[in-house]
Design a protein around this ligand. Sequence first.
Ligand SMILES: Nc1ncnc2c1ncn2[C@@H]1O[C@H](COP(=O)(O)OP(=O)(O)OP(=O)(O)O)[C@@H](O)[C@H]1O
Ligand SMILES: Cc1ncsc1CCO
Ligand SMILES: [Mg+2]
Length: 276
Amino acid sequence: MESKSEPNEWSSGVWAHLTAVRQRSPLVQCITNFVSMDLVANTLLSAGASPAMVHSVVEIPDFTPHIQALCVNVGTLTPNWLPSMKAAAELASNLGKPWVLDPAAVSCSGFRLKACLELVELKPTVIKGNGSEIIALSSASPGQTKGADSSHESTDAIEAAKSLAESSGAIVAVSGAVDIVTDGKKVIGVHNGTKMMQKITATGCSLAGLIAAFLAIDPLRALEATVSAMSVFGIAGELGVAMAKGPGSLRMHLIDSLYGLDETTVLNLVNITRLG
Ligand SMILES: Nc1ncnc2c1ncn2[C@@H]1O[C@H](COP(=O)(O)OP(=O)(O)OP(=O)(O)O)[C@@H](O)[C@H]1O
Ligand SMILES: Cc1ncsc1CCO
Ligand SMILES: [Mg+2]
């Protein structure tokens, strides 16, 4: 695998994206799972965005036209929720608003896999999953992974991510030790983050929400916005773990670090390479 280090090329862009999120405070609609609602909303607030957990199908025609981006996460999917997700996704796509699909725990049932495949048809701007989720969605088959945690390294999912990006037209992002972002041709690796983030539930869901906020302020450069969001979230984790005693306090310090990120820290810690 090729690896070219281009820190300066990326780091100023990461800071510019974070600054724009803070200045413009985009309204991000999140239809996310029950486990993640609190952390997703707090992550978005700490980054400077404005989260709104608006789920009801009856509210979508009034509300979704006012958003700047949407995040749909199927982590606690039920048949009642799917129409809301589809309605919001379809409206966002028709109105040219960026939206993120997080196929959380896609392998846990045939119902969930089918729902995710139907959501992919509604043209998400970005699909963000962990390694196992992206492999399952790309092959349209559940494989052996049944739950929310990945049993693959993100780098195991590079070919699956490229193939899913090609077939869907979405940017595909794979979270893990190295976050992977691809448009089907280019492959970027984001090497920020810390292992203990896996021990806090919904860090991946929060990352999907953060990607939506970054897409809102740079919708025409979805790959770059996604890379920036992943780097910022990872850097917040790195700063947070230095103060944490374990996952509980990391959760708090991650949010505090995201809120307090300054330019020097971002420019010093961004770690992004071209992998292919
Ligand atoms: N081994 C690791 N080393 C460094 N950073 C990591 C590692 N694992 C995860 N991370 C960080 O945690 C973030 C979330 O990744 P993770 O793969 O845990 O998401 P996820 O499985 O979708 O989470 P969830 O489903 O609980 O929301 C990554 O983007 C990365 O910044
Ligand atoms: C633990 C869990 N179960 C369904 S969604 C979720 C949050 C992490 O994806
Ligand atoms: Mg996840």
